[in-house]
Design a protein around this ligand. Structure first.
Ligand code: KIV
Ligand code: ZN
Length: 515
């Protein structure tokens, strides 16, 4: 039986980036977009072009780099947002403008301060304008799960007449419940006279842990696009996770009347890349991509799997890309092999100097660590591409002493805008001493919200990847640092976060009006 296609719309680079602290640079977004393209994601929402110059440039860079997937930008239902999105998407081979307005009584009254009639008119105008730039226009009714059914029917019928070809019904606040939400999608499709002229889409948040269940229930009731993110990243508790939606549809073919075009073997590599770039580690028991997702602890289970795999496994680890963590390179690998592996990972360098720098760092790492894995190369590229000369604080020197029965001490030298400054401090541990020494120079007035260390690969020679989350005046950023020495990785991560938080660029949030 041929099945209908379920369109996979990935919004890791837009809604995923709305997770506090998960902001990504242009280069990081391009790397993730290439991984999504390799996975054969149908639509990549690359960002919210009007949010900042950085967001605009990132959408544009993704539009330039991606050829196989449709590239999309978010835009509120107003002229400035739509024109900016169209401008950023200009280089795209296939471009989609995704425009939205809130339709729930609570959002219209308190956030938009608009009457339902004005919202209706603005939605139509926005879709008509977006259609002047591209034939592919998506319209979302923000907070749909708390909107009035009759009002949604009226707006949807009008925006389809105005040219929208995808209608997205978001559960913006994660309030939906699978049975009710799925039935609502089915009723909308049945009640709207021109519903056959558009694809119905869902976008579910995970506040009650129901995002995937709600999305799948909608699919059973006629939705043919699911919006989702790698690792379930996203605003607050996140969005429906791409890997769970895709693998549920694939594994339970008997239940779902659809199939996706996703190359599922790219799921684990993409998950690792997103975790490494954002500094949001994946919990070990996370479905599909968690380290324990295919590990059997109990003797009875192990015995069963050895006798016949399907006794306890419903999917094959290799089908979602486990075991693709190849040992790629080592100390004796030459420049051509390193360059070729970077290319296979979809990593491009802006110029020869950047490639040379990456190769020098590769050699230095290979001296300390014999086996270099793909994850090591990804972390190394993050370091090279994000080593901005305009960074105010750069690590010049660090010495830490840590002995039994004595207080750890750190001695540090930073290059602060060209001037070398030194400090010493004691702390409860080597990392604490290092951070106190940095603060003795910087006096940043930031609050440390999170410090976490993860081994990038297995083995005691693994690089430690440190994530530091800092807050200042309500702004939250993540800093990352990787090194085989975790104290140095910690210093790099702290300085990275400081450089970001003390830079001036501030992004607008798409769901706050009047930006
Ligand atoms: O959650 C939401 O409603 C959104 C829209 C902008 C689609 O992210
Ligand atoms: Zn959302």
């Amino acid at each position: 039986m041929t099945k209908e296609r379920l369109i996979i719309f990935d919004t890791t680079l837009r809604d995923g980036e709305q997770s506090p602290g998960a902001s990504m640079t242009k280069n990081e977004k391009v790397r993730i977009a290439k991984a999504l393209e390799k996975m054969r994601v149908d639509v990549i929402e690359a960002g919210f072009a009007i949010a900042s110059v950085g967001d605009f440039e990132a959408v544009r860079a993704v539009a330039e780099a991606v050829k196989e997937s449709t590239v999309c930008s978010l835009a509120r239902a107003n002229v400035a947002d739509i024109e900016r999105a169209a401008e950023a998407l200009r280089p795209a081979k296939t471009a989609r403008i995704h425009t939205f307005i809130a339709t729930s009584p609570i959002h219209m009254k308190y956030k938009l301060k608009m009457t339902p009639e004005t919202v209706h008119e603005q939605a139509i105008k926005a879709v008509k304008l977006a259609r002047q730039f591209t034939h592919d226009v998506e319209f979302s009714l923000e907070d749909a799960s708390r909107s009035e059914f009759e009002f949604m029917c009226r707006i949807i019928e009008s925006v389809i007449d105005a040219g929208a070809n995808t209608i997205n019904i978001p559960d913006t606040v994660g309030y939906g419940e699978p049975l009710e939400y799925g039935q609502m999608i089915g009723r909308l499709i049945q009640n709207i006279p021109n519903s056959d002229k558009a694809v119905f889409s869902v976008h579910c948040h995970n506040d009650l842990g129901l995002a995937v269940a709600n999305s799948l229930s909608a699919v059973v009731n006629g939705a043919r696009q699911v919006e989702c993110t790698i690792n379930g990243l996203g605003e607050r508790a996140g969005n429906a996770s791409l890997e769970e939606v895709v693998m549920a549809v694939k594994t339970r073919r008997d239940v779902f009347p659809v199939e996706t075009g996703i190359d599922t073997t790219q799921i684990v590599p993409a998950s690792r890349l997103v975790a490494s770039v954002t500094g949001f580690p994946v919990q070990p028991n996370k479905a599909i991509v968690g380290a324990n997702a295919f590990a059997h602890e109990s003797g009875i289970h192990q015995d069963g799997v050895l006798k016949f795999r399907e006794t306890y496994e419903i999917m094959r680890a290799e089908d979602v890309g486990w075991n693709t963590n190849k040992l790629v390179l080592g100390k004796h690998s030459g420049r051509a092999a390193v360059k070729a592996r970077f290319e296979e990972l979809g990593i491009e360098f802006a110029n020869q100097d950047e490639l040379n720098e990456a190769f020098t760092r590769f050699k230095a790492l290979a001296d300390k660590k014999h086996e270099i894995f793909d994850e090591d190369l990804q972390a190394l590229v993050t370091d090279v591409q994000e080593a901005h000369i305009e960074d105010l604080y750069q690590l010049e020197f660090l010495e830490v002493t840590s002995k039994t029965d004595s207080t750890p001490k750190a001695k540090i030298a930073l290059n602060v805008g060209g001037e070398i400054k030194q400090a010493e401090a004691e702390g409860s541990g080597p990392v604490d001493a290092t951070y106190r020494a940095i603060e003795a120079i910087v006096s940043s007035d930031t609050n440390l919200q999170l410090y976490s260390v993860n081994a990038i690969t297995s083995g005691t020679d693994s690089q430690g990847e440190v994530t530091v989350r800092l807050e200042k005046g309500g702004r939250i950023v993540n800093g990352l640092g990787a090194d085989t020495d975790i104290v140095i990785a910690s210093a790099k991560a702290y300085l990275n976060a400081l450089n970001i938080i003390l830079s001036k660029s501030v992004r607008a949030h798409p769901q706050v009006e009047g930006v």
